[in-house]
Design a protein around this ligand. Structure first.
Ligand SMILES: [Zn+2]
Length: 194
């Protein structure tokens, strides 16, 4: 590991950087397929958990993925945005300001949803942590995301070696499965990005 790699590995990674890296890596040609496959994924639930004291925003989703045989698999992809700048009193946060996003979140157990406002997130600057429990995410990306500081939660256990199968990600590129990609596509429409 050279000096540059050392620092970039310690660095955090934004959504935009992660997306660019995985789309540009020649060995991850399946990425384009992965990206095209997001139409088969439906996000049926979205839960916002703002941690104002920690300046993070956790978004959990329920993703239903239609299989070729017609069956449906369910996954719970999630993303945590870091260094979110919350607006103190969302009641007075003018929704119409172009740089402010307002979401509706339950802030305490049993409470009803209330508006939460923050400065819109930047695709290329806001650092993210991501996680999904599908096989593609676990074995193609999770350990490389962990090395880049972009894995939410603990590492997955190493899978049993599968014979001489080549690694799906020889260049150890950080990335996202189709469920996380679809989650971001849905998030685009919520207006949280600048
Ligand atoms: Zn997934």
């Amino acid at each position: 590991m050279n000096y540059y790699e050392f620092w970039t590995r310690l660095d955090e990674i934004s959504l935009g950087e992660m997306f660019k890296k995985m789309m540009e890596d020649p060995t991850l040609a399946a990425c384009k397929k992965r990206h095209n496959a997001i139409d088969m994924v439906k996000i049926t639930k979205l839960a916002w958990t703002p941690y104002k004291g920690m300046n993070t925003l956790l978004v959990r989703a329920l993703a239903q993925s239609k299989q070729k045989d017609g069956s449906v698999h369910e996954y719970t992809p999630l993303v945590e945005f870091k260094k979110v700048q919350y607006v103190k009193d969302a009641t007075y946060a003018p929704k119409y300001l172009p740089n402010i996003a307002v979401i509706s979140a339950v802030m305490q157990q049993g409470g009803s949803p209330e508006p939460v406002a923050f400065y819109k997130l930047q695709r290329d600057k806001t650092d993210v942590l991501v996680r999904c429990q599908c096989e593609d995410y676990k074995w193609t990306f999770s350990s490389h995301n962990k090395a880049a500081g972009a894995l939410f939660g603990g590492a997955y256990k190493k899978p049993k070696p599968q014979g001489l199968k080549p690694s799906p990600n020889p260049n150890k590129i950080e990335g996202m499965c189709k469920h996380i990609l679809k989650l971001f596509k849905v998030l685009e429409k919520t207006g949280i990005f600048a």
